[in-house]
Design a protein around this ligand. Structure first.
Ligand code: SF4
Length: 383
């Protein structure tokens, strides 16, 4: 059984006003680099011991937070521990432009990292200020060029659209510049306003400048045109890649495979030893101190767990798979879960096919690209 391993690094230099991830702003001098790495390695051992035999790690993704702040030797110890429990064919580190330089790239590569995902967001100072980011446009461009120049790292960039006063022209110019600098994968997300964030509070009071929804939709289409025009494939609703440059780790999620989430604030979902088709999802508490303490005592970290039965796995497989160009392989999903995804969905699927929202090839369901803007609604109706 192949596993996608996710390691959460729960610290950032500063909290961005739109972010609702499990992360805490910290002075980097206070990050317990080695202690946190020890705890993650301990959690890896405990989680693997509870799995059916034969589980092996295939991809590793450091997300956060800002894992590029993690001291490379400590991060490297985690890579070595995961690599010893599988056969890794992709190791990604999420980076912010403020913590990516030549030395870090060299040390990451020596530790086994082969892909970086850089939180560029925009190449315009005014947009980065609006987003409350610490880097500026020059810093973002410099970080991308540094990663590309280092060689041996596949470089992805995150870009946001739907920002106040952002134009289609500025957005497509940014994408062109990133691709011209050697980025081979782009994750492009519309700004979403989450409750409980500073942007959420401002929006509630009507004090957050926003773009209208139809202009955001126009930008989504412009992103697609720019990326496809440059030779990237639109392989998931928000993701574009040059040939061979897709995110293998995320593809495992989207196929509905098991994933081992490690670290404070991480979420994982893995099978139970008794029945490989049902599993358990866990969500570790975000408190990194409590996380380390509990693992130092030899126990799993505090958090919540829930049973994930076969029908839930089918629904999640549909929800994620229908957001990809490949769609959902129905036999594969049935094989994984023991449940036929078609059962009970015949009428809903026929309705969506008749509306042109779904393609039913018999062995596979997919949403045509022209309907990806409403993919979440289509998924909800066949859920
Ligand atoms: S750097 Fe990323 S994870 Fe950290 S606060 Fe900003 S958006 Fe959130």
């Amino acid at each position: 059984m192949d596993l996608a391993v996710y390691v959460h690094f729960p610290w950032c230099l500063q909290r961005c006003p739109y972010c609702d991830f499990a992360t805490e702003a910290i002075n980097p001098a206070r990050i317990p680099h080695a202690r946190y790495a020890d705890a993650v390695v301990r959690e890896l051992g405990l989680r693997l011991a509870a799995l059916p035999p034969g589980a092996r790690a295939r991809t590793l993704f450091f997300g956060g937070g800002t894992p590029s702040l993690w001291e490379p030797d400590a991060l490297g110890r985690v890579i070595a521990a995961v690599a010893a429990r599988g056969e890794l064919d992709e190791v990604t580190v999420e980076c912010n432009p403020t913590s990516l330089d030549d030395e870090r790239c060299a040390r990451w590569k020596a530790a086994g990292v082969d892909r970086v995902s850089i939180g560029v967001q925009s190449l315009r100072d005014e947009h980065l200020r609006y987003l409350g980011r610490l880097h500026d446009a020059d810093g973002a461009a410099r970080a991308v060029r540094t990663a590309v120049r280092s060689g041996g790292l596949r470089v992805s960039a995150d870009v946001m659209f739907g920002l106040a006063e952002q134009s289609v022209e500025a957005l497509t110019e940014d994408l062109g510049a990133l691709l011209g600098d050697g980025v081979e994968h782009l994750s492009c997300y519309a700004l979403t306003i989450e409750p409980g964030t500073r942007f959420g509070e401002l929006a509630r009071k009507g004090r957050l400048p926003r773009l209208e929804d139809d202009r955001v939709a126009t930008m989504y289409e412009a992103v697609e045109r720019a990326c496809e025009g440059a030779g990237l494939s639109h392989y998931e609703v928000s993701n574009y890649a040059r040939p061979g440059a897709t995110s293998r780790h995320n593809e495992a999620y989207w196929r509905g495979e098991w994933y081992l989430g490690l670290g404070a604030g991480a979420v994982g979902c893995a099978p139970t030893p008794e029945d490989g088709r049902a599993g358990e999802r866990w969500r570790n508490d975000a408190d990194a101190g409590a996380y380390c303490e509990r693992l130092e005592q030899g126990a799993l970290p505090p958090g919540e767990t829930e049973a994930v039965g076969p029908e839930v796995r089918v629904r999640e497989g549909l929800m994620l798979g229908l957001r990809t160009a490949a769609g959902v392989d129905l036999a594969r999903l049935a094989g994984r879960t023991g449940v036929d995804p078609r059962a009970g969905r015949e009428a809903a699927v026929a309705r969506e096919v008749a509306r042109g929202n779904l393609v039913d090839e018999g062995a596979r369901w997919s949403i045509p690209r022209s309907r990806w803007l409403v993919a979440d609604d289509v998924v909800a109706r066949v859920f």
